[in-house]
Design a protein around this ligand. Structure first.
Ligand code: DAH
Length: 341
């Protein structure tokens, strides 16, 4: 019996199973109903009385050692299972990164600019915070001119020479005429600001693209042709334009341009309100006063200018009904332009 106890003790000390199933098998083999230690306890009944004390103690130590070892192996197995779960599998495919998309206003602004680039226009930009001279005075809006009222201005400071947020990108024309060599052929994309109540049809921030072409002998017919070509590039080769007389202080004569409705092709629908035409921009021949204010000889040079709202063109292109969608950054709206990256 002594040898058996010693042999089992050695076996228990060496026990190295890792899998839960193996540990369970070892437990059954040692401590189960028919296990080796259980069997030794049965054998113990036949041990001579004078040896009972010694073997009794040894058997109890053996049984406790076996139970402790099994417990220890079980804990180790559980721990390693836990740590396997917690550890990161670097070979797993990653979660897809949500991709952003171009904003519809950027898409259309770039499209407009690209069309004019193809026609040989350069891109010019100017400051959003401007002075009265570049936004109004040099564009033939004298101080008391009623047309200033049409553009509800945000003033940054109202001194003798007020600082303000530009109400239109026409201010960039003035900066270009003041410093660029002639001839000038530019488009000026940019953000503009007006003190308007925000609604589906008006916003206090929006974007414009301004155009300016100044050279010798530039005529109204050149302007008409440039705008017709632009309209066909932008809205399709069948597009027609029409001009309605209008008024801007900085152009004479002035016109407003309509394009034939690209939804109903002139038949009349709810987008064009049954007229078959959509208004897209203002334009005109640069007023000689404006040329002179920037130091250009109006006897030698003439030119045309035009200005359009980027949000308006985008609205026509995609039938967006509410201008506020452009500024709210609602992903459900922006996602509609996902394919346009
Ligand atoms: N600046 C005008 C506006 O904001 C748009 C405009 C009209 C620009 C006619 C022009 C132009 O250059 O010729 O309403």
């Amino acid at each position: 019996m002594k040898e058996k106890i010693e042999a089992l003790m050695a076996e228990i000390n060496d026990l190295k199973c890792k899998k839960e199933q193996e540990i369970e098998e070892a437990r059954v083999r040692l401590l189960g109903k028919k296990g080796e230690i259980t069997r030794l306890f049965e054998e113990f009944r036949t041990v001579a009385p004078e040896l009972k004390k010694e073997f009794g103690q040894k058997l109890n130590i053996l049984k406790n050692a076996a139970a402790a070892k099994i417990e220890e192996l079980k804990n180790a197995a559980e721990e390693s299972a836990d740590s396997k779960e917690a550890s990161f599998d670097y070979t797993m495919p990653g979660d897809p990164m949500p991709l952003g998309s171009r904003h519809p206003v950027s898409i259309v602004r770039e499209e407009i600019v690209d069309i004019f680039r193809k026609f040989g226009y350069d891109v010019a930009e100017g400051p959003e915070i401007e002075d009265d001279w570049h936004v109004f005075e040099a564009l033939n809006f004298p101080p008391e001119h009623p047309a200033r009222e049409m553009q509800d201005t945000f003033f940054v400071s109202e001194s003798d020479n007020p600082v303000l947020l530009r109400t239109h990108t026409s201010s960039v024309q003035v900066r270009a005429m003041e410093k660029m060599p002639l001839p000038i052929r530019i488009v000026c994309p940019g953000r503009v600001f007006r003190n308007e109540a925000i609604s589906a049809r008006a916003h206090c921030i929006f974007h414009q693209v301004e155009g300016l072409y100044i050279d010798e002998n530039v005529t109204f017919a050149d302007m008409k042709q440039a705008i017709l070509l632009f309209a066909r590039e932008m809205f399709g080769p069948q597009t027609q334009i029409r001009m309605r007389p209008s008024y801007f202080p900085f152009t004479e004569p002035s016109a407003e341009i309509d394009v034939s409705c690209n939804i109903c092709h002139g038949k009349g629908c709810n987008i064009c309100k049954g007229t078959g035409w959509l208004e897209i921009m203002g334009c005109g021949m640069v007023d000689p006063n404006v040329l002179e204010a920037s130091g250009i000889d109006s006897k030698k040079y003439s030119g045309f200018a035009f200005g359009m709202g980027v949000e308006r063109i985008a609205m026509l292109k995609w039938q967006v009904k509410d201008l506020r969608n452009y500024f709210e950054n609602d992903l459900r709206f922006l996602k509609e332009f996902e394919t346009s990256i």
